[in-house]
Design a protein. Structure first.
Length: 147
């Protein structure tokens, strides 16, 4: 199988997925699919796959390496924050900087039992600042709420 580029009457070339075979000493062409609606990137990907169809390991190695990384967790913080809004806790604590920090202490305590230092560390791995609307803070900031 191969992709053949042919001239068309319009501005775009015509791409055909074809196959060759011999019958009675003559070469016969059989069109399997018309790929003219595909983008240039799609055509290049199909060509690459056809080139490496017998050696898929080489196809995997031909792709650039992909690096995956864990983003901030959202689900738990969003759920507890939404529950706090429904229960009126966010209204009771207010919209000030100290009120938001106190709200984060409540949310952090529900998600993971621990100290104020663990609440700061938890904010580093969760989307606390984005969801609650906090600025960066440390454990001393959380201690000041108690005084």
């Amino acid at each position: 199988m191969f992709i053949e580029k042919t001239n068309s009457l319009g501005n775009r070339p015509c791409y055909l997925l074809r196959e060759n075979s011999r019958e009675g000493g003559k070469i016969k062409h059989r069109t399997i699919a018309n790929l003219s609606a595909c983008s240039e990137e799609d055509i290049a990907a199909i060509r690459l796959a056809l080139k490496h169809k017998k050696d898929l390991a080489a196809l995997i190695n031909a792709a650039p390496s992909v690096a995956l990384q864990q983003g901030l967790s959202v689900g738990a913080v969003w759920l507890v924050y939404d529950m706090a809004k429904q229960l009126g806790i966010t209204d009771a604590l207010g919209n000030s900087k100290q009120g938001k920090r106190a709200l984060w202490q409540v949310i952090a305590r529900v998600i993971d039992q621990g100290s104020r230092l663990s609440a700061v560390r938890l904010a580093g791995s969760h989307a606390a600042c984005d969801i609650v609307g906090l600025e960066a803070f440390n454990e001393d900031d959380l201690w000041r709420i108690l005084t």
